[in-house]
Design a protein around this ligand. Structure first.
Ligand code: PLP
Length: 344
């Protein structure tokens, strides 16, 4: 087998959802954010598993994602973060998706194109990315609240830094904008869920924590990636390995070439900061990551195994992310489609 094997532990995803649900506590619904193909892990396998575990509310980024999700989750609620865009109306109504209206133009569009169809509202409390702004909300809120939104949300910019003053500032703004409304509210993604109960309101919406990533440090790992060794060779002192001759042997070394590269989402920038594992034993990546191949120093192994492990018990998605100067979210959503994917 030339391609790596990506193993996705669905029970671990359910366990992470249940752990976050326990943190959210009684009276707070724990939904699941399943945008970007369930953070790259496969909405076709992740969504039915979560629905069977009792998740009743899902969030996706676009109406197209919601349309695809609908067939996997029965009649669960599906909210669409991008709201009601031009051209979305048929998808929203046919698949019973609930757009999170995020600007006055979307409000106008929704009320003229899909009068009576359920909607939610996203407010901007300072992130300045998506959501109705303070002044517009002031003008629109009575009309919108009269139509009975299913949910009113906002999103935290700095929730992965618990001591960041932005968290409290956004919490205060969210209260100012929404206190007294007759609608369920939601402010917390994974980070906000961990900030404490004052951030939970009626519903929390974790994504990354379900899939085993920071800031949910206690998460059960979800992903394992094993990559076959295609070839091994002995290189002599002063021989180089890979593009650009960036690595030069100082002593006689055994180099294994494994079958995955940046086209499979193993970000080139991680380069020699990353390791792969033969069981318990770390083996350094040497030379540049290429499109389909990575070279590894296995000189210290007694025997070279058939596969080496890049994501697993000894190196999680956030370790790889750190090596590449990025975040676990990007590692997960970059994982390519050449792997043999096994959901267990
Ligand atoms: C992606 C997203 C989430 C989930 O965030 P995580 O950090 O992955 O838990 C929640 N709410 C909104 C608005 C999002 O865009």
């Amino acid at each position: 087998m030339g391609a790596g094997t990506l193993t996705i532990d669905l029970d671990a995803i359910v366990a992470n959802w249940a752990a976050l649900d326990a943190i959210a506590g009684a009276g707070v619904e724990t939904s699941a954010v399943i945008k970007a193909n369930a953070y790259g892990l496969g909405v076709d396998v992740v969504a039915p598993k979560l629905a069977a575990a009792g998740v009743q509310t899902f969030f996706v980024a676009t109406a197209e994602e919601g349309l695809r999700l609908r067939s996997f989750v029965g009649d669960a609620d599906i909210f669409v973060f991008s709201g009601h865009m031009a051209g979305d109306t048929d998808m929203l109504t046919q698949a019973k998706l609930i757009p999170m209206l995020n600007a006055p133009e979307q409000v106008t569009r929704h009320f003229s194109a899909a009068q009576g169809h359920p909607f939610g509202i996203q407010l901007d409390t300072g992130m300045n990315r998506l959501g109705i702004e303070f002044g517009d909300w002031h003008a629109l809120s009575s009309e919108l609240m009269a139509a009975g939104p299913r949910l009113v949300i906002s999103h935290l910019a700095c929730a992965d830094e618990p001591d960041h003053p932005m968290n409290e500032r956004q919490l205060r703004t969210f209260h100012e904008m929404t206190d007294g409304i007759a609608s369920r509210r939601s402010l917390a993604a994974t980070g906000g869920t961990l900030l404490g109960s004052e951030y939970h309101f009626e519903l929390v919406r974790p994504g990354i924590g379900l899939y085993g990533g920071l800031p949910f440090a206690e998460a059960t790992p979800v992903v394992r990636l094993d990559i076959p060794v295609i070839q091994t060779r002995i290189v002599q002192p002063f021989e180089t390995v890979g593009y650009g001759n960036t690595w030069e042997a100082q002593v006689e070394s055994c180099i294994a070439t494994i079958s995955a590269g940046y086209a499979d989402g193993l970000i080139r920038a991680m380069g020699e900061n990353a390791k792969v594992y033969a069981g318990e034993i770390a083996c350094p990546v040497v030379g540049r990551v290429s499109m389909d191949l990575i070279t590894v120093d296995v000189s210290h192994l007694e025997a070279v195994p058939d596969t080496l492990c890049l994501i697993g018990p000894h190196q999680c998605i956030d370790d790889i992310a750190q090596a590449a100067g990025t975040i676990g979210y990007e590692i997960l959503t970059s994982l390519g489609d050449r792997y043999h994917r096994r959901a267990t």
